[in-house]
Write a protein that binds this ligand. Structure first.
Ligand code: PSU
Ligand code: MN
Length: 305
């Protein structure tokens, strides 16, 4: 394989060369997942959390056809303000590059780029999953299939209750993706700590997660690892409170015929409106919480690689 055309920021390049802890960050949450200006404020705050926990943040996006790893403020602001940025996942990442366009990367595409760059740990808010009604729509996020083949540790607050969470866990199990619930006996449901589904694996320290990742590497296992980190208690929206907003948002999406890539951004926007902004406040809290844990895991992995 020829060398991948990555444009590393000087800070990320140095950290990787020195084997220092680095945390990859996705950018679809900036372009399609949150409104302006909360999206930029959150992206900057998340970078700060990663730094304070002793790691270097590496936000990933395609900018003018360049696969950038480590974005400065101007690049993040460009993605946060723009209305015509592509949402690039595994299938179209290369299209964004060859056509010289600008696109934000989903969890799946960010995993691909992180792996190419040699970054082992990645923080996001929530992963895509199996959508409700997937048995007829076939709508299953590429995030799941990428987790099945790309050995990166993804820290997320579980899967949103707007998805079919039991089917999402079944899919991950079928494809050999371990789901590690952090300090919890239950798989978390993004805005809520509880999904009612038991933790497939529970681990309680960043060191244990690092040891688990190393044990997988020694076995030559090539799938990713999903670390499911529950939203802090003080920030959660109880399942009973968020459920009506989710149901109404899904009904709206069906009525308006929303399909494909537009589904997740549409539902997030509709739920934000229906909760009067509460879903966004919780989203910001949980992504910072995930960034901190991802940095701690990256630090633990760097200590004994
Ligand atoms: N969940 C969120 N916010 C987001 C996303 C998911 O709470 O911004 C984004 C992520 O980038 C994720 C993508 O990878 O949506 C999944 O999209 P889809 O369901 O179309 O695969
Ligand atoms: Mn989809």
């Amino acid at each position: 394989m020829s060398r991948p055309p990555l444009a590393l920021s000087p800070e990320v390049a140095k950290a990787l060369a020195d084997r220092k802890p680095v945390v990859a960050l996705e950018t679809t949450i900036v372009s399609h997942g949150m409104p302006w200006p909360d999206n930029l404020d959150t992206a900057l705050a998340v970078e700060d959390v990663v730094r304070r926990a002793g790691a270097v943040p590496a936000a990933i996006a395609v900018i003018g056809g360049k696969l950038r790893v480590g974005l400065d403020r101007a690049a993040l602001e460009g993605l946060a303000r723009a209305k015509d940025v592509l949402k690039l996942s595994s299938a179209d990442l290369a299209y964004g590059v060859m056509s010289g366009q600008t696109g934000a990367t989903t969890v799946a595409a960010t995993m691909i780029v992180a792996k190419l760059a040699g970054i082992q740990v990645f923080a996001t808010g929530g992963i895509g999953g199996v959508h409700r009604g997937a048995e007829t729509s076939f709508d299953i996020s590429t995030d799941l299939t990428e987790l099945a083949r790309t050995a990166v540790v993804v820290v997320a607050a579980g899967a949103k209750a707007l998805l079919d969470v039991p089917k999402t866990l079944e899919f991950l199990e079928t494809h050999g993706v371990p789901v590690v619930c952090y300090r919890s006996d239950e798989f978390p449901a993004f805005w809520s700590r509880s999904s009612g589904l038991p933790a497939p694996i529970r681990l309680d320290t960043p060191d244990d997660v690092a040891r688990f990742v190393r044990a997988r590497r020694e076995l030559g296992l090539s799938a990713g690892v999903l670390v499911a980190n529950p939203i802090p208690t003080a920030d959660e929206i109880p399942a009973s409170e968020i459920r009506p907003a989710i149901e109404a948002a899904i009904a709206d999406a069906v009525r308006e015929g929303i399909a494909g890539k537009a589904v997740t951004p549409y539902l997030l926007g509709a739920i934000l409106k229906k909760t009067g902004g509460k879903s966004l406040t919780a989203n910001i809290a949980l992504i910072k919480n995930n960034a901190r844990l991802a940095a701690e895991i990256a630090v633990a992995l760097a200590a004994t690689p």
